[in-house]
Design a protein around this ligand. Structure first.
Ligand code: HEM
Length: 467
């Protein structure tokens, strides 16, 4: 009997504790009720502050908001409520320490163009697996062997520009496209380059078009080109399978995975990597030529560094080719790249979406709201970089403060191609500064958005060989 009353009492007390805590939880305010939203204005119903953002240089919008409301503020853009953040600590919170609370987010039309299986759109185990495969192909150990091929692309491009008036950005896009294909397909690239280029160039015209899939529209043509791209890739994959050859490139990394990616997943990610690699790197190269052209003493210092490498004792006989080790002896040129990445900040911000209600610094970031870490504002804050508008590569003689320099992002989705981007820039600058001079044509003070910020008209220049 005593045993039964003991059991009953224990059960009753457990039930009481359970009911009491449930009641406490029920009446306790949730963080949604407890916390205020960040300061800021939401503009008109639905359109929000979209016009204010896009009718001027977007950076004017970001910095005037920052001045008025501080480093975290709310707004409403393109039908979405947003929180914009511009302190290094907040960017670290969203991209690194609490990255699981913020998923990447893109317009549906972009997902359809690139392919929904592409790395950018994912979180969790599929993303981790893809990232491992992409990083494997772009680690220094993997790309050090392609230096001679990158060099040959750089030399071919420079030769083809000799004596001509060129649109720097358009020509750089050809170079960075060829290097991207090289890193994806290795030596196979040459066989398929023209077909892949033709399809990709049609596809990109659809990236920013209205997503109307009717015959004749840009979007429709782009979707067709995308299909053709996937077919060409399927052919390359099937040939590689038949030949049973191992390849040390990105496609080889995708195909060699034991758990296996499907052909569709491979195609989406190959197209995604071309998208991530080409215009970004071409736009930084364009800015570098502009900044070097405007800063003769910096150009002189870079040229001297590159000429010293050309003359270095390791280079004997006719073999003038660069090695991976050479690219590690270019501190001045590397600082020019860093400073250009900072000043140009071509990816001014990125997008995330809160997957649940999140508390940050006493504010509520509601579930479903977009969150935008503003890289450009962090790079242009005088607290992080004194005299921020000045192009001054020497500021990188000392390491920047933590989380203040993020041209390649930070954390879970940071850029896996950053080593390749730096390599191809260094190789092109080596040959450009040692063999050529260039002059800028027309007025070059304006900036255009395509969608990255670019010198006006893609920076027209005339290139000539040094005597
Ligand atoms: C100067 C050139 C480049 C810049 C400034 C740049 C910048 C970035 C940034 C800021 C991100 C992170 C975006 C975010 O967090 O939402 C990113 C992601 C990415 N980048 Fe780059 N990138 C460059 C070149 C490249 C190249 C050459 C490749 C490939 C060969 C590449 C492949 C990628 C990929 C695949 C991602 C997505 C990573 C993920 O979601 O896990 N990028 N890039």
């Amino acid at each position: 009997m005593e045993f039964f009353s003991f059991c009953f009492l224990s059960f009753a007390s457990l039930l009481f504790i359970f009911l009491f805590t449930s009641l406490l939880k029920f009446f306790a305010p949730t963080i949604r009720q407890k916390l205020p939203l960040p300061p800021g204005t939401m503009g008109w119903p639905y359109i929000g502050e979209t016009f204010q953002l896009y009718s001027q240089n977007p950076n004017v919008f970001f910095s005037s908001k920052r001045k008025r409301f501080g480093s975290i503020f709310k707004t409403h853009i393109l039908g979405c409520p947003c929180v914009m953040i511009s302190s290094p600590e907040a960017a670290k919170f969203v991209l690194v320490t609490k990255s699981h609370l913020f998923k990447p987010t893109f317009p549906a039309s972009k997902e359809r163009m690139l392919g929904k299986e592409a790395i950018f759109f994912h979180q969790g185990s599929y993303h981790t697996k893809l990232r491992k495969l992409v990083l494997r192909a772009f680690l220094p150990e993997a790309i050090r062997n392609i230096v001679p091929d990158v060099e040959s692309h750089a030399n071919d491009c420079l030769k083809s520009w000799e004596g001509r008036l060129i649109n720097t950005f358009q020509e750089m896009k050809t170079y960075t496209f060829n290097v991207a294909l090289l890193s994806i397909l290795g030596k196979d690239e040459i066989l398929y380059r023209e077909d892949l280029k033709r399809c990709y160039y049609i596809l990109e015209q659809g990236y920013n078009s209205m997503p109307i899939n009717l015959p004749g529209t840009l979007f429709h043509k782009a979707m067709k080109a995308r299909k053709e791209l996937a077919q060409i890739l399927a052919k390359i994959i099937s040939t590689r399978r038949q030949m049973k050859l191992d390849h040390n490139d990105l496609l080889g990394s995708f195909m060699g995975d034991k758990e296996g990616l499907t052909d569709d997943q491979i195609a989406d990610n190959v197209i995604g990597v071309i998208f991530a690699a080409r215009d970004t790197t071409a736009s930084i190269l364009t800015w570098i030529l502009k900044f070097l052209g405007e800063n003769p003493s910096v150009l002189q210092a870079v040229t001297e560094e590159q000429e010293a490498i050309m003359r270095s004792e390791e280079k004997c006989g006719d073999d003038q080719s660069l090695t991976w080790a050479d690219t590690k002896k270019m501190p001045m040129t590397s600082r020019v790249i860093q400073e250009t990445l900072r000043v140009a900040s071509i990816l001014s911000f990125t997008f995330r979406e809160a997957v649940e209600d999140v508390e940050y610094e006493g504010y509520l970031i509601p579930k479903g709201w977009k969150v935008l870490p503003l890289f450009r504002n962090i790079h242009h804050s005088p607290e992080n970089f004194p005299d921020p508008e000045k192009f001054d590569p020497s500021r990188f003689e000392a390491a920047p403060k933590p989380n203040t320099f993020m041209p390649f992002g930070n954390g879970t989705h940071s850029c896996p191609g950053n080593e390749l981007a730096k390599l191809e820039i260094l190789v092109l600058l080596h040959h450009l500064t040692t063999k050529y001079r260039w002059s800028m044509v027309g007025t070059n003070n304006g900036i255009q958005y395509a969608p990255f910020p670019l010198p006006q008209n893609g920076l027209p220049i005339i290139l000539s060989r040094k005597s």
